[in-house]
Design a protein around this ligand. Structure first.
Ligand SMILES: Cc1ncc(COP(=O)(O)O)c(C=O)c1O
Length: 375
């Protein structure tokens, strides 16, 4: 397969190991194993730790343990553990789904800008990919009428990502229902990349329910990376009808085979404490959103649409410097990471992530201003 470079990943790997103020990060501040243990009642922590330490590190159940799949299935209104395939992050989930569902020449509709995988993998498969714009030109909104105009009887798959990376756009519950109905009218499947599920903006609009819950053509992709701050576990999942789960499982036999056993166990612990983790996330999002809004408001050359959900937004800057050059200068001169808009096809923008520890976030913005204000 010939595939274009994943621009954001290539750029991140140049800086992420040595910058001090990473405010480009796409997830919420990561948790440690000790943090997870601390969510257990004090008198049970030692026993939980002992159980983790004694897990034999053999191969795990190929599609994820029944215990983990049951926990994940319980987050949907239909289906059971057999409708879930645990994957190596949402990235593997998407990759498997595209390869199982698509043939060269199929028509696919995917969001743009986007997490590049969402449109690049179908392109590499040889599909005819129509881009559904959700950037500044539509005011960071999914325009469902535009989707309707793009759908043809040949449309095989529609991909949505809500809340959206990199804009924080969201489908409302009624828009999500309309997307499903439009897909169903031509028999197309809909993948909901729900990597930012459970990451509500305090006081914001309600999230649309998962795509899988809408019916047999609906597929949900989830992950512990963004909402749980556990990207190092590399645990994601697919919720889909059993034939799709089985085909993805069959393909995965040739790639990563099964999730890591310890990671599966830690994922169970994370899911068990979802409410506490979500409350912690809300505090981080609330604090950082306030600081970011004030920082942007003080600078007339900056503008943005704050995220409606999730952790990400594009900031527009009215200065004559390419975003890649600017992002490299921020990293090299101020140890600040803000992702270049060019990695998403949008010059004069930087992507901000609001999931960082609030003191690091505020200092990152302060240092970024030292360069930006002087341009
Ligand atoms: C929209 C979206 N989908 C999927 C992923 C992959 O996440 P992971 O493989 O860590 O679960 C990301 C990561 O940034 C993302 O933003």
């Amino acid at each position: 397969m010939k595939i274009a470079p994943f621009l954001l990943e290539r750029w991140m790997t140049r800086h992420e190991t040595h910058v001090q103020f990473d405010i480009a990060e796409s997830g919420i501040l990561p948790l440690s194993t000790n943090d997870l243990l601390a969510f257990e009642p004090p008198d049970q922590r030692a026993a939980v730790l002992e159980r983790l330490l004694n897990i034999p590190l053999g191969y795990s159940e190929a599609c994820g343990t029944h215990a983990l799949r049951s926990q994940l299935a319980a987050t949907y209104t239909r289906g059971d553990a057999d409708h879930i395939l645990v994957t190596t992050g949402a990235i593997e989930a998407n990759y498997l789904l595209y390869n199982v569902l698509l043939e060269p020449g199929d028509h696919v509709i995917a969001p743009y800008p986007a997490y590049q995988q969402l449109y690049e993998v179908p392109r590499a498969i040889g599909c005819d990919v129509s881009l559904w714009h959700v950037g500044p030109e539509t005011g960071y909104r999914y325009d469902v009428a535009a989707l309707e105009a793009m759908i043809t009887p040949k449309t095989k798959l529609i991909v949505v990502n809500t809340p959206h990376n990199p804009t924080g756009a969201m489908l409302s519950p009624s828009e999500a229902a309309r997307v499903y109905a439009l897909a169903a009218s031509v028999g197309a499947a809909v993948i909901g990349d729900e990597a930012y599920r459970w990451l509500d903006v305090p006081g914001g609009e309600p999230f649309a329910g998962p795509m899988f819950d809408r019916g047999p053509l609906g597929i949900s992709v989830g992950t512990l990376s963004k909402p749980f701050g556990l990207p190092g576990l590399r645990i994601g999942w697919i919720a889909a009808n059993r034939d799709i789960v089985e085909k993805c499982w069959g393909l995965r036999d040739y790639i990563t085979l099964s999730p890591g056993k310890l990671n599966d166990a830690l994922a169970q612990l994370g899911l068990k404490h979802r409410d506490v983790i979500v409350a912690r996330n809300t505090r981080i999002i609330e604090a950082n959103l306030k600081v970011a809004a004030a920082w942007i408001a003080e600078r007339p050359y900056l503008s943005w649409t704050p995220p409606r959900g999730g952790l990400l937004a594009l900031i527009k800057y009215d200065r004559q410097i390419p975003s890649l050059e600017l992002a490299d200068r921020l990293a090299e001169e101020q140890s600040v990471m803000l992702a270049p808009g060019s990695a998403f096809g949008y010059e004069n923008h930087l992507r901000l992530g609001i999931g960082q520890r609030p003191d690091i976030f505020a200092e990152g913005l302060r240092r970024a201003a030292l360069i930006l204000d002087a341009l």
